[in-house]
Design a protein around this ligand. Structure first.
Ligand code: IVH
Length: 670
């Protein structure tokens, strides 16, 4: 190849790779395979290495990181990077809307269209493109002078180094936000814990730390992304852009990633509705959402509104309640869980995080306390999101004053006083009969996704275990109204409901039953895998490690745990008792279908029946009915056989429905 041909080949490859980057990172719609892409990249890299005279700082090969710097050069922004006014409730937004209308001398009843965008919690950068090539990228700094981070920004996969349109503008100034996904943030922190480095408090800090690496190769390893949201200046372009929504569309065409959550709203009410929607989906988003930004959509109106010294009059940032706060660790307690594992829990000075008062937060394991270097008395960052248990992110070491002390795992179980043994990264109570382990097992056993015994709260479980009435989960099926009514705060109605809920729970799917057993590492999903593979208890009990490992989704940890569970005599006895007490398996379709007429109805038998009473008892209980052994005013049916006893007279006295075997069968058949 002649030099000219080589140059053409290099340019062609760069153009194609840029385009495929855009398809992949911006449009999320690639049209070539990863290996084809890698092949092109490899060819380009080779040609560039062999022909250094064709070096281009915006070649897609710089995405892996260029030369390291000693320090970042300062850059003065041509147009200052201002901030936004904040609002915290709907009134602030209505007030913003009214103020704009006053300023523009419009009537209160006129509608102003707003472009509503998510407010990303990252760090903002300004990117300048000349003739379609990235020229310089700078951080916001103090708004007037920022730092030159061009080489680092070049490594960000979804930042276009060349705009992907024909006839790009001569000059383009774009602002966007650089951020990390929640997953990537977690990955980076886990890696830092492993390497004994301090963890980042939040994705924003992690993004800032990642961008401000002097060696761009380090930045390239953190998977930063950028969303563009503000076209600050454009010169020498074929089109005139008149609206914010249009500018964002245009930025997307040029090659920038823009948020899918942006929405053009016709008036302030619609804007508030979209804000509410974004707040609802906040926890499900891959990135941290900080709030929303409302921008007057029309550029003509934006120009008329102009700026104050610190912010535009045409925009407002509405902040969502924070999900993080700092507070003090008053103490660290250990919590004994269902499998006997001790989890350290931080007792916090109560703090309001996004409207919820948090006073406890998980510290996970001893290892994590050590690696994060958390002490009792530390001021710490606490994070909560949605329904997830709050967790301690990191300590603020600068606030230590010498009163802080290290936490040590106790040697004895705080519940039963038995010895604690180390088990991998965990500490565990060695007493298989530890009351706390039993209480937690019962809680799990009765929970909704397990046996689903409604109304069985922790207070009841604690009493049953403490009084020695429930010694393993099978004892639940020996409970009846009379026993339950002896407990504190259990009245007749509750006791009755509980009894029928217990009876109803006997018909269960095999998968739910496996889950209910509380085998370590066997969650809902694995329980389903096991039920599908082994079909019944016999097979599951006998399952070998190899058979278990052959299931897609079952690894060594799970296999070992299942085998050791079924090797334990105590567990086998419990299962036998459960079957004896009448647990039976139903398929998915018939599970929970107890819309029978006799659900929650009580029955009593008297006299000689044609079949053993046990036979009817089982039928009644399968349909959610209850079998009693004495007459009371509340009894629903007395079933009479030959030679009935005194129960019949009593039932007549109380005006109770008296039926025979045939009538009972008719009831059962619905
Ligand atoms: S527009 C004139 N739009 O919020 C300022 N900013 O408080 C124009 N931010 O520094 C900024 N998401 O870091 C704008 N969709 C969005 C944003 C956004 C996040 C950040 C940005 C800015 C700060 C202003």
């Amino acid at each position: 190849m002649s030099k000219d041909e080589i140059r053409k080949k290099i340019e062609d490859l760069r153009f194609k790779i840029n385009y495929h980057n855009y398809r992949y990172y911006v449009l999320d719609d690639p049209i070539i395979s990863d290996s084809e892409y890698d092949e092109m990249m490899k060819n380009l890299k080779r040609l560039e290495d062999e022909n250094p005279e064709f070096f281009d700082e915006n070649s897609p090969t710089v995405k892996v990181g260029g030369v390291a710097l000693n320090k970042f050069e300062k850059i003065e922004h041509k147009i200052p990077m201002l901030s936004l006014d904040d609002g915290f409730d709907d009134n602030d937004i209505f007030e913003f809307d009214r103020k704009i209308k006053r300023f523009l001398k419009m009537s209160e009843s006129d509608d102003i269209s707003y472009f509503v965008e998510p407010k990303f919690d990252g760090l903002s950068v300004c990117l300048i493109y000349q003739d379609g090539s990235l020229f310089v990228a700078s951080t916001r700094g103090d708004g007037y002078v920022g730092e030159n981070v061009t080489n680092n920004v070049r490594t960000i996969k979804n930042v276009p180094l060349k705009l992907v349109i024909d006839n790009p503008p001569k000059y383009l100034d774009v602002q966007g936000e650089i951020l990390l996904t929640k997953d990537e943030f977690k990955r980076i922190n886990e890696e830092r814990i492993k390497n004994n480095q301090p963890v980042f408090a939040n994705p924003r800090n992690a993004a800032a730390g990642s961008l401000r690496q002097l060696d761009p190769k380090e930045t390239a390893k953190r998977h930063l992304i950028m969303f563009a949201y503000y076209l600050r200046d454009i010169q020498g372009y074929k089109k005139t852009i008149r609206y914010q929504h249009e500018s964002v569309e245009e930025l997307k065409n040029m090659g920038f990633a823009v948020s899918e959550l942006n929405k053009l709203c016709r008036n302030v009410d619609e804007a508030i509705k979209h804000k509410k929607y974004l707040e609802e989906i906040r926890d499900d988003m891959p990135f941290e959402l900080d709030g929303v930004v409302l921008k007057v959509d029309s550029f003509e109106l934006q120009d008329r509104l102009g700026f104050t010294t610190k912010s535009p009059r045409w925009a407002i940032a509405f902040k969502f309640p924070a999900q993080q706060a700092t507070t003090k660790i008053l103490d660290i307690e250990v919590n004994v869980g269902r499998t006997g594992i001790l989890t350290p829990v931080a007792i916090l000075e109560p703090v309001n995080i996004g409207g919820v008062v948090v006073s406890r937060a998980s510290l996970h394991t001893m290892d994590e306390i050590e690696k994060k270097d958390i002490m009792i008395g530390d001021t710490v960052f606490v994070q909560r999101a949605g329904d997830v248990i709050p967790e301690v992110v990191k300590p603020v070491k600068d606030l230590r004053d010498g009163t802080q002390r290290r936490f040590e795992m106790p040697n004895l179980c705080p519940v039963c006083g038995s010895h604690i043994a180390k088990d991998g990264a965990y500490y565990r109570c060695t007493n298989i009969n530890c009351p706390k382990v039993l209480k937690e097992s019962v809680k799990h056993f009765v929970s909704r996704k397990a046996m689903n015994i409604d109304g069985f709260g922790s207070k009841i479980i604690e009493q049953l275990v403490d009084k020695g009435i429930v010694k393993d989960v099978s004892d639940i099926y020996t409970l009846n109204k009379d026993i339950l009514m002896k407990l504190d705060r259990v009245g007749e109605k509750l006791a009755e409901n509980l009894e029928s809920a217990i009876q109803r729970s006997k018909g269960i799917t095999f998968a739910k039953f496996i889950y209910a057993l509380g085998i370590r590492h066997v969650g809902e999903f694995v329980a389903k895998l096991l039920s599908e593979r082994f079909k019944n208890l016999e097979n599951l009990r006998k399952a070998s490690r190899e058979e278990l490992l052959s299931i897609d989704g079952v690894g060594e940890e799970i296999a070992d745990s299942v085998v050791s569970f079924f090797n334990e005599k105590k567990n086998l006895d419990t299962i036998d008792k459960l079957l004896e007490y009448g647990i039976y398996f139903v398929d998915d379709k018939s599970y929970g279908k107890t819309d029978s007429k006799i659900k929650n109805k009580s029955f009593l038998f008297t006299g000689t029946l044609s079949k053993p009473r046990e036979f009817y008892k089982e039928l009644v209980e399968k349909q959610g009915g209850i079998v009693r052994n004495s007459v009371s005013k509340k009894l629903d049916y007395l079933v009479v056989g030959d030679n009935p006893g005194s129960k019949l007279d009593k039932a007549k006295e109380f005006n109770i429905n008296i039926i025979d075997e045939k009538e009972l069968l008719a009831l059962l058949e619905g």
